[in-house]
Design a protein around this ligand. Structure first.
Ligand SMILES: [Zn+2]
Ligand SMILES: [Zn+2]
Length: 283
């Protein structure tokens, strides 16, 4: 029974991402549908949206949710106790360098990837996002696992300086790792092609689950104890979530702490609770 729920739990993550992306894509379609946007405007749009969503979602989690004692206690997903490690405050130089990197990668991605218009068909977009997240998870799994080999570990140590004390650890990585992870993230685009409205939706939702994964909370997409365990034990849990780790036998099982609306963990909780009370009634 537990195995079935584990599987549903991982599928639930993929579905949540695909559904959320599809909804956000419809909004971008409404906004951009009648506008003819040239290449450089597309690059600017994609870059600005990625940056603005990264900082605003991160600030929302760090300054909004975490400063509210009730929400922080309710949503915390931390398993192992760690020493408090405040994330360094942002410097102007750091932000400018980060933005130059983000702008250049937006420019390169849109220049190289094939553009395909997919309109606003719900099914077509949902299918694209579903394939995209499963493929991106696999690509990230492979890249991240390689970064933990002795040969490449050096590149990845900067990211492991922090044990997930802040959502912004998501963006704390060396330049080489930044390039490797960016390639793993966009590789599926080269196979499936991109539509600018899809890319915009993907960057917003991608930032959301990436920041949440490092937040030490369980909010909506992914309880952060999965990636917390990776940071505290330095091996296992190489994927965005557990699916590929289960396939390749590298899973360090998380607790599946409920966040806001996690139907599968809620159903599992009820089922297990009722089976326990049935057992105690029988004895
Ligand atoms: Zn790692
Ligand atoms: Zn991390």
């Amino acid at each position: 029974m537990k195995k079935v729920f584990n599987f549903f739990f991982e599928i639930e993550f993929y579905l949540k991402i695909a559904i959320s992306c599809t909804i956000v894509q419809q909004v971008f379609y409404l906004l951009l549908n009648n506008i003819d946007i040239d290449f450089i405007t597309r690059v600017l749009l994609y870059w600005l949206l990625s940056s603005i969503s990264f900082y605003s979602i991160g600030i929302l989690i760090e300054k909004g949710i975490k400063s509210n004692d009730f929400l922080r206690d309710k949503l915390t997903a931390r398993v192992n106790k760690i020493k408090n490690q405040p994330f360094p405050s942002f410097t102007l130089q750091g932000i400018i360098i980060g933005e130059i990197k983000a702008f250049l990668s937006a420019l390169i991605i849109l220049y190289l990837a094939p553009e395909v218009h997919r309109g606003n068909s719900l099914l077509l977009n949902f299918g694209w996002f579903l394939m995209r997240i499963v493929a991106a998870d696999l690509c990230f799994y492979i890249a991240h696992r390689l970064l933990h080999t002795r040969l490449l570990q050096k590149i990845h140590l900067k990211h492991h300086e922090f044990r997930d004390s802040s959502s912004f650890v998501a963006g704390h990585k060396s330049f080489v790792e930044y390039i490797i992870v960016a390639i793993a993230d966009i590789l599926p685009i080269f196979i499936f092609g991109y539509d600018i409205t899809q890319l915009c939706a993907w960057s917003v939702i991608g930032n959301a689950y990436n920041l949440e994964g490092h937040s030490s909370l369980s909010i909506f997409f992914i309880p952060s104890d999965f990636h917390d365990l990776h940071h505290t034990s330095f091996n296992g849990n190489y994927g965005i979530q557990g699916f590929w780790d289960r396939v390749f036998n590298t899973l360090n099982p998380p607790t599946k702490k409920q966040g806001i609306m996690f139907p599968v963990s809620f159903i599992e909780y009820i089922t297990i609770k009722s089976s326990i009370s049935n057992d105690t009634e029988k004895t």
